[in-house]
Design a protein around this ligand. Structure first.
Ligand SMILES: [Zn+2]
Length: 115
């Protein structure tokens, strides 16, 4: 994905540079022609940046999804029952009275041996 955008980026830059070089040498001085090349090269550069942007956006979305998934579950330290947050009553276990459940992440940090 990033390799493709890099190739497109370099290609776009090359198109602009080589066209400019040609103009400097006086080989091609057709303005409308070079203008077209500029659009084509610039378009490739913008497109490659857009691909990278999409890649980052996709990564961020996945990260957010993981985050939501992680904090959704809570575990009771007494009966070891797992609950989703919507099942909890003020963060308390519904089987053991007045026992605070612990977030999954924190639970495994506190009791790494238990499952
Ligand atoms: Zn419990």
């Amino acid at each position: 994905m990033y390799l493709l955008s890099l190739i497109l980026f370099i290609l776009g830059v090359l198109i602009i540079i080589t066209k400019e070089l040609k103009n400097n040498r006086g080989i091609s001085v057709d303005l409308s022609d070079s203008y077209l090349y500029l659009i084509f090269g610039g378009g490739l550069i913008i497109f490659s940046i857009y691909i990278v942007y999409l890649g980052f956006k996709d990564k961020k979305d996945k990260k957010d999804k993981n985050k939501i998934h992680k904090i959704e579950f809570s575990k009771c330290p007494i009966c070891k029952e797992n609950f989703t947050y919507s099942e909890l009553n003020n963060g308390k276990c519904k089987y053991c009275e007045e026992v605070d459940t612990i977030d999954m992440d924190e639970y495994y940090e506190k009791f790494p041996d238990k499952s």
